[in-house]
Write a protein that binds this ligand. Structure first.
Ligand code: ZN
Length: 270
């Protein structure tokens, strides 16, 4: 049995650097300052040098694989970064900052820093990938959900629930957005900016979607109020609803309270 937790890159700093370098530099090291490669860059192997340090002979500057990544200017060992990323990616219900702190036996500040950098990177993966979701012959489901605890569990003034709009490419990518309201203008601007026009858009039968749907090559809507959840194999919004159920479980089951300011980060994690 080969447990993922025994991988060398989770335990040895050298293996951790080799792991990250192999992924970011599949064709060998690249100088982040001047893009020099091959024989123009060399590894600094002296005992006094930090691990993973390279020198560029073209621009004469030192560099490591950390420059320009989430690992930049952090003193957290690379193997701990990889452990943190593994925990985030492998936990269906998410990892709380407190849990990171207990697992790594580190201070709250370090745990917070690690957690938010990893979430930020995952958000970028979801939202900043060039190009829209979907395309010809692809279905993109869109739905909104309201996030916030029950009024009875709260002290004092009840803050309004936060709205999350998620766009899910069937068996593909997910993008989630924290939106201020569910008007046609708000949803329309997010959806048209993120979904390829050639896609088939699948939604519930909320009236706001009838106009937005015309923008796409096709639009299907499911009448939830009439309990018509799955009209046919193809005609449903179960993918996005399934996403929401996992997302909500992670918010309620793990984070307890998600502040509005950070909601988009948690949404990106799924
Ligand atoms: Zn250079």
């Amino acid at each position: 049995m080969q447990s993922h937790l025994s991988f060398a890159h989770f335990h040895s700093e050298e293996a951790a650097y080799a792991y990250v370098e192999a992924r970011l530099w599949p064709n060998g090291p690249v100088c982040p300052h001047c893009s020099a490669t091959m024989e123009k860059v060399g590894r600094l192997l002296g005992k006094t040098n930090r691990l993973g340090l390279y020198k560029c002979y073209a621009c004469r500057k030192p560099f490591s694989v950390k420059i320009g990544t989430v690992f930049e200017s952090s003193h957290v060992p690379m193997r701990v970064w990889l452990q943190a990323i593994y925990l985030f990616c492998s936990s269906k219900k998410g990892i709380s900052i407190r849990q990171l702190q207990r697992t790594f036996q580190c201070g709250m500040k370090t745990a917070w820093f690690l957690g938010h950098r990893v979430r930020e990177a995952m958000r970028d993966l979801g939202i900043d990938i060039p190009g829209p979701l979907g395309g010809a012959n692809q279905v993109v489901e869109s739905d909104e959900t309201w996030i916030g605890g029950k009024a009875a569990n709260r002290k004092g003034k009840i803050p309004p629930k936060a709205i999350v709009l998620s766009l899910v490419e069937r068996s593909g990518k997910v993008r989630s957005f924290h939106v201020p309201n569910v008007t046609a203008a708000t949803l329309g601007s997010v959806i048209t900016a993120n979904v390829d026009r050639a896609s088939f858009l699948m939604t519930d039968d909320a009236p706001v979607y009838s106009g937005i749907g015309r923008w796409f090559s096709g639009h299907g809507s499911v009448n939830h109020s009439a309990e018509e959840y799955v009209r046919a194999y193809f005609w449903h919004t179960n993918t996005v609803e399934n996403f929401f159920s996992i997302f909500k479980r992670s918010v309620y089951g793990c984070y307890f309270h998600v502040s509005e300011a950070h909601l988009h980060r948690y949404a990106a994690e799924r």
